[in-house]
Design a protein around this ligand. Structure first.
Ligand code: NAD
Length: 487
């Protein structure tokens, strides 16, 4: 695969080499081989991308939302037409099995369709007034340049999640692609051009977070920063972009609780627990990595979950359950976290290492890992791992389950398995999480549902859903006075 050309930036509807002439290496997570080089954009490169988005803003913001929606609908059609190419690109860059890559593209297209439709629904409110003859209504207006910073875990979904609401509101975009999924951002940019999006409306800067990403956050021309990534970087962005009063949307990490009650359908609970913990190789902000199980069913659930985890097939071919993690650094950090868990008294029930089979040995794989015996306060019980690793904790009753579920700085998603409506709703009402699921996994929402977290999982904004429009638009209240003496 090393014959693929390097991935440059995308400025004003075309590829642009970085003037830094510096390049990063992107490796294939399945083979560990060099896949291609990626622009290592400098601050000056990033500023050029921002300038292009600034130049395109006046014309794009003047187009009516309905017309913008029509253009976005053309992008949707092009994405559908090139769905296979998008999925292939995701599969090679992330090591996702093909059915997962296709599923992700399908999800991104749904997002895009939903927000294209918002062109005809960019509603405001009409308001009454205390003054006779005065009429008021609100309108949504674009903010300007949107700086969108995404991780590599679900690359096209992350791009669609932010790009479509930003564009429908009339902003222009600088996308900071993730270091490990540069190709998908480049391919998406080409698709937008072919579908008729005016040049400069969607731009991509490739490169390192601390350089290109930081330059985007610091630039006073960028009116909105929407960031999905780790809580540490999110805190820094809140400080820096907050200081200059930019609009900020932060979708951050999670350590999501999955509760199994004594009246749960255990087979269903095991099915959803395995999906929650291990799908996408655990690289999900919503991963169900803390499994809290009632004492009386603990042994039975544990044995079934371990059997399920052992049955999962690693690899990149069709039908495999999980692929590798995204890079060598991430693989090493997961292995180090497992070593710490062992040292803290954790019993590794399955997995706990990189697989040794020949076809997987060079990739960044981690076996699906289940650990018991850790204190709820142990490092691995609290820290987000972003890999296929789950800890099991026994609980006595609902009160203890809720207490442990909430014993985290995060608050993104939570799930409970029970046959009791009373227990389910009691828990869902009280758990500190932006998403509470009953008899499901710790999965996010659909395109029209808000997603986001409490506490260290975000800053209170919600994307996607209609709530995303609040991130990307300014509200203006317009009033006018009619004169009854002139009729
Ligand atoms: P990361 O924070 O290291 O990087 C995410 C993106 O931010 C990348 O594009 C990176 O280049 C950029 N970045 C890094 N430092 C930056 C800086 N100083 N300024 C500007 N940009 C910078 O995160 P990651 O390891 O790539 O992704 C995993 C994290 O993302 C996990 O914590 C996960 O929970 C979180 N995540 C959250 C959601 C959500 O919706 N809440 C979804 C997916 C992933």
């Amino acid at each position: 695969m090393t014959n693929i050309s390097p991935i440059p930036n995308w400025i004003n509807g075309q590829e642009a080499l970085p003037e830094s002439d510096a390049w990063l290496e992107k490796f294939n997570p399945h083979t560990g081989e060099l896949l291609y080089h990626v622009a290592d954009s400098s601050v000056a490169d990033t500023q050029r991308v921002i300038a292009a988005a600034g130049n395109a803003f006046p014309a794009w913001s003047e187009i009516t939302p309905v017309k913008r929606g029509q253009i976005l609908t053309e992008i949707v059609a092009a994405m559908k037409q090139r769905a296979e190419e998008l999925a292939d690109c995701i599969a090679i860059e992330t090591g996702k099995p093909p059915q997962d890559a296709k599923g992700e593209v399908g999800g991104a297209i749904l997002q895009a369709e939903y927000f294209a439709g918002e062109g005809m629904r960019l509603y405001g409110r009409s308001l009454t007034s205390g003054t006779p003859g005065k009429y008021s209504h609100t309108v949504r207006q674009p903010r300007g340049i949107a700086g969108l910073i995404v991780p590599a875990n679900t690359p096209i979904a992350n791009i669609a999640w932010k790009t479509f609401p930003a564009l429908i509101c009339g902003n222009t975009v600088v996308m900071k692609a993730a270091e490990d999924s540069p190709g998908i951002a480049n391919l998406f940019a080409k698709i937008t051009k072919e579908a008729g999006l005016p040049d400069g409306v969607f731009n991509v800067v490739q490169g390192r977070g601390q350089v290109a990403g930081a330059a985007l956050v610091e630039d006073t021309r960028v009116a909105v920063i929407s960031f999905t990534g780790s809580t540490g970087v999110g805190r820094w962005i809140a400080e820096v972009a907050g200081k200059r009063l930019a609009r900020i949307s932060l979708e951050l990490g999670g350590k999501n609780p999955f509760v199994v009650c004594d009246d749960a359908d255990l087979d269903q609970a095991v099915h959803w627990a395995a999906l929650s913990a291990f799908s996408n190789a655990g690289q999900r902000c919503a991963a169900g990595s803390r499994i809290l199980v009632f004492n009386s069913v603990f042994d039975e659930f544990r044995d079934k979950l371990v059997a399920k985890a052992r049955s999962l097939k690693l690899g990149v071919s069709a039908g495999c359950d999980l692929g590798p993690v995204i890079n060598k650094r991430q693989q090493n950090s997961i292995l180090a976290a497992i070593a710490t868990a062992r040292a803290e008294g954790g019993r590794i029930l399955c997995g706990g290492a990189a697989p040794t089979e020949r076809e997987l040995a060079n990739g960044y794989y981690i076996q699906p890992t289940v650990i018991e015996g850790l204190q709820p306060s142990a490092e691995l019980s609290c820290k987000e791992i972003f890999g296929p690793v789950a800890t099991l904790h026994p609980v006595e009753d609902m009160a203890t389950a809720l207490k442990l579920a909430n014993a985290t700085e995060y608050g993104l998603t939570a799930a409970i398995h029970t046959r009791s409506v009373d227990r389910a709703m009691w828990f869902a009402q009280r758990v500190r999480a932006g998403v509470a699921n009953i008899n499901l996994g710790t999965f996010g929402s659909e395109p029209h549902m808000p997603f986001g977290g409490f506490g260290a999982s975000g800053n209170g904004t919600r994307e996607p859903g209609a709530e995303a429009l609040d991130v990307y638009s300014e509200l203006k209240n317009i009033s006018f006075l009619t004169r009854s003496n002139l009729i």
